[in-house]
Design a protein around this ligand. Structure first.
Ligand SMILES: [Zn+2]
Length: 248
């Protein structure tokens, strides 16, 4: 989970339309939130990922659901209230069910920074706070098959990619050609691009990268060789902002 921003209110949820849809839901119980413009707007705020588990909803769009933070049964006034809606995968939505967040609050990544509530150990999220603990339980965010296994695969791929970056750096040291320099740069850019907000499971990939000493060696060497440009610096800063604390 990473911090998300809700930078706009979609025109499809202007005050009049919000009122009309809310009234319609109250009289008919129809799923008035279930339309493309609203779903697209939500996906835009989460980089097309589930706001909770960070799976890619553009690949798994059949699983994309409009999640009501305050559940629709108890809070019908909020069924199309923009700040109450999150893009979610079916699995997170089902796990949360009708949990009442006003009685037992959970992490809303649009409102609090998940970094303050979760750390990371062995591809599992660990609670740093009571809010974090409750969130892990309610959303089942350490389910072995659906998330821990995927985080493991992502982490292994990052470590493998890092090994290749070091090999490319060593090739450059042996043969300092422009082509070899560009190979190091391109590979490092690609590695960091997998740890950005638009990448699936960015909290996992950023944590694995930023806590690996080989990455810090690579960065230092590239800085010494004056390869480390502003683009890499920006990508690195963003990935630091998504990385969770690693518990040894
Ligand atoms: Zn999810």
């Amino acid at each position: 989970m990473i911090k998300l921003e809700r930078l706009f209110t979609p025109t499809c949820l202007c005050p009049n339309e919000t009122r009309r849809l809310t009234d319609e839901y109250k009289t008919s119980a129809r799923a008035v939130w279930n339309f493309d413009k609203l779903k697209q707007a939500l996906l835009e705020t989460s980089h097309k990922k589930c706001a909770y588990c960070e799976c890619d909803l553009s690949k798994e769009c059949k699983y994309m659901e409009v999640e009501h933070f305050r559940d629709k049964a108890r809070y019908p006034e909020d069924v199309v209230f923009w700040p109450n809606l999150l893009p979610s995968c079916k699995r997170c939505n089902v796990a949360k069910g009708d949990h009442d967040v006003t009685v037992e609050q959970i992490v809303n990544p649009y409102e609090v920074n998940p970094k303050d509530h979760f750390s990371f150990r062995l591809y599992r999220l660990k609670a740093k706070s009571a809010l974090g603990k409750r969130t892990l339980d309610v959303l089942d965010l350490n389910n072995l098959e659906r998330v821990v296994q995927v985080r493991f695969e992502i982490g292994e791929a990052i470590q493998w990619s890092l090994e290749i970056a070091i090999e490319k750096l060593n090739s450059y040291k042996i043969s300092p050609t422009t082509r070899n320099k560009n190979r190091v740069l391109a590979h490092t850019r690609k590695l960091l691009s997998e740890c950005q907000a638009f990448s699936s499971y960015a909290a996992t990939s950023a944590t694995v990268l930023q806590t690996d000493e080989k990455y810090h060696y690579l960065k230092k060497e590239m800085q010494n060789m004056k390869f480390w440009d502003q683009e890499l610096e920006d990508l690195d800063s963003f990935s630091i902002s998504y990385a969770l604390d690693l518990i040894a």
